[in-house]
Write a protein that binds this ligand. Structure first.
Ligand SMILES: [Zn+2]
Length: 315
């Protein structure tokens, strides 16, 4: 007679799903073809967002190679990006943005010149209205930008422009949104695809990315601490229901025979706590573990670190 048998196959399906969690975080993602269309609008806050190692410069180049017209919006003036004074940075970065756009084959760079890293006080509606107008003017099939739902994005311009972009992407096709635009000769236009770039080595959202090992004593203390919250856990009614279900199936648990419902409920919680700790431990190759989302120190140039580790020598 087994306690587990009373849960049937559904329980085992759930166990298998739990076992799959860490590998899902590392699973290979499918390759997909470019979305159909002829016009791509890249909406970015900065001069260099597409060209960084985590940008979408390669995708832009591919769009161009495959015959799409690509337009680039640079929403900020990039005055803080560089070693010169702000006004000079603005000019240098614009010049370099135009040169980079040329390398990739971008047709046109549109500059909104909002103040760099000061997008928070810009009314979202105003920035969004500008983007809505530009979507209506350039009529893209595909909009590309920072994923507005990216987790842990620290850059205010990336967050705010990404959000305005996502809202504009939806609203530009609505007839009742900014009808004053139509006096300027544009029409509502809905792009069909939105591609969001996220720097995923900052974090994969709320998926766990690390385990921390525990010993049995730590698991035990966790069990106790858990069911110490008697107001919310270890409810005797749960054990009572379990006993009734077992009885209905003609089963019983010898360990529970001498326990009242409250004690049995505590034991249930303890089993569960040990079970989950062992599951996580098995996934991590140790006896017990817990899984976490862990943000490591931000590594601006992760590839450079690996290169240095391989190549530096003592004189
Ligand atoms: Zn940026």
């Amino acid at each position: 007679m087994g306690f587990r048998r009373t849960f049937g196959s559904g329980m085992w399906a759930a166990v298998l799903l739990c076992l799959g969690t860490p590998s899902q975080a590392q699973e290979q993602l499918p390759l997909r073809p470019l979305p159909p269309g002829k016009t791509v609008f890249v909406l970015q806050p900065h001069h260099d967002d597409h060209t960084t190692d985590h940008g979408m410069g390669g995708l832009i180049a591919r769009f161009v190679d495959e015959g799409y017209d690509v337009y680039y919006l640079r929403a900020s003036n990039d005055e803080k990006d560089g070693t010169a004074l702000p006004a000079e940075n603005d000019k240098i970065n614009l010049r370099e943005a135009l040169a980079a756009a040329k390398v990739l084959g971008i047709k046109e760079v549109i500059n909104l010149n909002w103040r760099n890293d000061y997008t928070a006080p810009i009314p979202l509606n105003e920035l969004r209205a500008q983007i809505i107008f530009l979507i209506r003017k350039y009529k893209p099939d595909i909009v590309v930008g920072h994923n507005p739902w990216e987790h842990y994005q620290k850059n205010p311009d990336h967050r705010n422009v990404g959000r305005a972009m996502a809202e504009a992407y939806w609203m530009a096709g609505l007839e009742n949104v900014h009808p004053e635009h139509f006096l300027l000769g544009v029409q509502p236009h809905a792009a069909s695809y939105l591609i969001g770039k996220a720097r995923l080595d900052w974090g994969l959202g709320h998926r766990p990315n690390v385990f921390f090992e525990l010993n049995a004593e730590q698991v035990r203390r966790k069990q106790i601490a858990y069911h110490t919250h008697r107001n919310v856990y270890a409810n005797p009614a749960t054990a009572r229901a379990m006993r009734a279900e077992l009885a209905r199936l003609g089963l019983y648990l010898p360990e529970w025979e001498a326990l009242d419902d409250q004690e049995a409920a505590v034991l249930m919680e303890a089993w569960h706590m040990e079970w989950i700790s062992r599951q996580r431990g098995r996934q991590a190759g140790v006896e017990f573990a817990e899984d976490y989302y862990f943000m490591d120190e931000f590594d601006h140039l992760p590839g450079l670190k690996a290169y240095l580790q391989q190549h530096v020598r003592t004189p």
